[in-house]
Design a protein around this ligand. Structure first.
Ligand SMILES: NC(=O)c1ccc[n+]([C@@H]2O[C@H](COP(=O)([O-])OP(=O)(O)OC[C@H]3O[C@@H](n4cnc5c(N)ncnc54)[C@H](O)[C@@H]3O)[C@@H](O)[C@H]2O)c1
Ligand SMILES: O[C@H]1[C@H](O)[C@@H](O)[C@H](O)[C@@H](O)[C@H]1O
Length: 338
């Protein structure tokens, strides 16, 4: 379909759904959001009006319609499976925000449906792989200039979360990013998972233990610790330090001007994901549009979504049972081997 705009339908017009519509219609090339759907009809209609696209109260109807060529799923996590399955059934390329689904079994059902359909159609929104800083880290690790990576110390800090965010979500919704990007960075699978708690912050609520520390080991023995602290009250802060045999490598921050005022010298920092990773989202969605128009998936696959969720579930089990849990998953189907 070279030359023609890819016609996209977005299901879920909430926070990230709207940022993707905005970037596709006003920043990126080669595509247009022509339809959107949401269970919140009034709100969804107002988004459709703002972006001059057709509104569907029923997301599955939109996915099956001839109005669109490809689908973006940005509903809350429990409904990802339903819409990704509908896209596979319709034979349409689908970009699904992370996690692919909250349950590993649901991710497996998606993998099985895609394999049975005989064509790769699904990409998962693990956008950290598109961040310039993580790409620089990967390049530095891959050629072993600094020897073997031995340990990684990471942090995933959010300013605040609402009361619907509970203890498992720290791993399954937030640290799922580290689970994916660190596996990609090191190019190997995980062996074990463990989760321990720090002292609880006063800013949390009854259903959320915050902060938490997830400890992963890889098959070759690299040890990783990730702090998730999602009610810092003051910052969005993503850290990744890779301790190699001969050097210590740190994830760079996107740069900001230095401001000297009020007897203080400093740099503004990001307060949420939408600005911290804006360049990564733009690259991710542009590359998805380009690959979709050429009839291929070249970003994180449904298999990556499945492996990520199996790992997250092992970490959740480790947390609940207060022990180290081994991570095991099925053999990767030939279908996903490039
Ligand atoms: N990659 C990232 O960094 C990133 C950032 C933010 C959110 N996300 C992911 O994107 C998804 C959405 O997050 P958000 O922050 O935009 O949430 P949100 O709550 O702001 O928006 C979700 C939208 O989905 C709609 N919705 C709920 N159930 C639906 C259903 N059954 N059918 C159709 N629409 C339905 C809601 O009405 C709402 O408009 C989540 O899966 C989240 O994990 C990813
Ligand atoms: O859904 C969001 C999003 O994925 C952000 O990138 C992450 O930092 C948050 O912790 C998570 O709740």
């Amino acid at each position: 379909m070279a030359g023609k705009d890819l016609r996209i339908g977005v299901v879920g017009t909430g926070a990230i759904g709207r940022t993707h519509i905005e970037r596709i219609n006003n920043k990126l090339q080669g595509a247009k959001v022509v339809a959107c759907a949401d269970v919140n009809v009034d709100f969804g209609k107002s988004v459709a009006e703002k972006y001059d696209c057709k509104f569907y109260a029923d997301g599955e109807e939109m996915i099956a319609s001839d109005d669109i060529d490809a689908v973006i799923v940005t509903t809350i996590d429990p409904y990802h499976e339903q819409y990704v399955m509908a896209a596979i059934k319709a034979g349409k390329y689908v970009f699904c925000e992370k996690p692919l689904a909250p349950e590993a079994e649901a991710c497996k059902r998606i993998v099985e449906a895609e394999v049975a359909g005989g064509k790769q159609l699904v990409q998962v929104g693990f956008m950290r792989r598109y961040d310039t800083g993580y790409r620089q880290l990967k390049a530095a690790i891959e050629n072993r200039t600094y020897g073997e990576p031995l340990m990684l110390h990471c942090a995933h800090r959010n300013p605040a979360v609402d009361e619907s965010y509970d203890t498992p979500m720290a791993v399954e919704n937030s640290m799922i990013h580290e689970i994916d990007v660190l596996r990609w960075l090191l190019n190997e699978d995980y062996a074990t998972a463990e989760v321990v708690f720090a002292k609880n912050t006063r800013r949390t609520h009854a259903n959320l233990m915050d902060p938490q520390i997830m400890i992963l080991t890889t098959k070759s023995g690299v040890r990783i610790d990730v702090e998730a602290f999602v009610n810092t009250g003051h910052c969005y802060d993503i850290k990744c330090e890779v301790v190699c045999e001969d050097a210590i490598l740190n994830l760079p921050e996107p740069s900001n001007i230095e401001v000297c005022a009020n007897a203080t010298r400093g740099h503004a920092i990001h307060s949420d994901w939408s600005t911290r990773f804006v360049d990564a989202y733009n690259t991710e969605i542009q590359e998805w549009i380009d690959a979709t128009k050429e009839g291929r998936v070249d970003g994180p696959t449904a298999w990556d979504g499945y492996v990520g969720q199996v790992t997250a579930k092992a970490a959740s089990k480790a947390r609940d049972e207060k022990k180290v849990v081994e991570i095991t998953f099925d053999e990767m189907p030939e279908f996903y081997k490039k």
